[in-house]
Write a protein of this length. Structure first.
Length: 231
């Protein structure tokens, strides 16, 4: 049958075979104290009026610095300045003299390893984002260059079409002018047909010829445009 063994505030359910209650109880006590020990490692150690002189593994000497506290990563100190010395930068002898347990050091190593992995992931993500951004900028630049090249290639066609449209507008305006002039001339001649002193008005033939020449030019332009650009 499964029984619930209590160890202080720790409540764990285990299946304990008959005849092994004593051994199981001892195991629960060991787990309970191991739990308390691991919880204690997560708490900061505060030093009170503790000064020390020591050398880290890089050879830097710290002289008469005040030890403030030990957290999950290392020992905070202050003196001429302030700083934190990772446990991994101190020898076992120095750590022992400060009362730092080996379990705390191992925990710090694990945290450093985890942070290094997270930092590597962050750098990889940043590099990937930068690479993606760079690739996007290159594609945008390439798209702009291609659009500009296409616009330059299309410039002659647009110029030819603009010339055709301009000539069409000129011919339309010239024909309207000739038509209005012819109507005015007709009205003038009819009004003065019995007046011997009135002159005879007419529309110059050159105006009509000029329009016809423009229409011939327009047909040539449209023919060339169709041959080059109508596909």
């Amino acid at each position: 049958m499964g029984q619930v063994v209590k160890a202080g505030r720790l409540r764990i359910g285990l299946a304990i075979p008959r005849g092994t209650r004593i051994l199981a109880t001892r195991a629960m006590k060991w787990l309970y104290f191991a739990f308390l020990a691991s919880a204690a490692l997560a708490q900061d150690i505060t030093f009170t009026n503790r000064t020390a002189t020591f050398t880290n593994l890089d050879g830097r000497v710290f002289t008469n610095v005040t030890l403030v506290k030990a957290n999950d990563y290392g020992i905070m100190w202050k003196g001429d300045g302030m700083g934190l010395i990772p446990y991994t930068k101190l020898s076992p002898e120095v750590l022992e003299s400060f009362g730092i347990q080996r379990g705390r050091v191992e925990r710090a190593k694990a945290l450093e390893k985890r942070q290094a992995a997270l930092e590597a992931q962050r750098r990889a993500a940043t590099a990937a984002a930068l690479q993606q951004d760079s690739a996007k900028k290159q594609l945008d630049q390439q798209a702009r260059l291609e659009a500009r090249a296409a616009e330059e290639r299309d410039a002659p066609r647009k110029a030819a079409l603009a010339e055709i449209e301009s000539l069409e507008a000129q011919i339309k305006a010239a024909r309207a002018d000739v038509r209005h002039t012819a109507a005015a001339v007709h009205d003038y001649n009819m009004a003065n047909m019995n007046n011997p002193n009135a002159g005879y008005a007419y529309v110059k033939e050159t105006a009509i010829v000029n329009i016809e020449d423009a229409e011939d030019r327009l047909r040539e332009l449209k023919k060339d445009y169709a041959a080059k650009y109508s596909k």
